[in-house]
Write a protein of this length. Structure first.
Length: 50
């Protein structure tokens, strides 16, 4: 199983959200994940690694 790198477009969205909210709740992460075609867990890890 390979690690999924975030694309440039995904990164832009994530960083825009991060600027407004450094710790989004589960529902925000879920919505982001659906929008970006990522797993909510992957979104969570991305924010943890910021």
């Amino acid at each position: 199983k390979h690690r999924k790198r975030t694309s440039r477009s995904q990164l832009k969205v994530l960083e825009d959200v991060y600027r407004k909210d450094t710790k989004p709740n589960a529902s925000v992460r879920k919505r982001l994940a659906a929008e970006l075609d990522m797993l909510p867990r992957a979104v969570q890890v991305w924010f943890q690694n910021r």
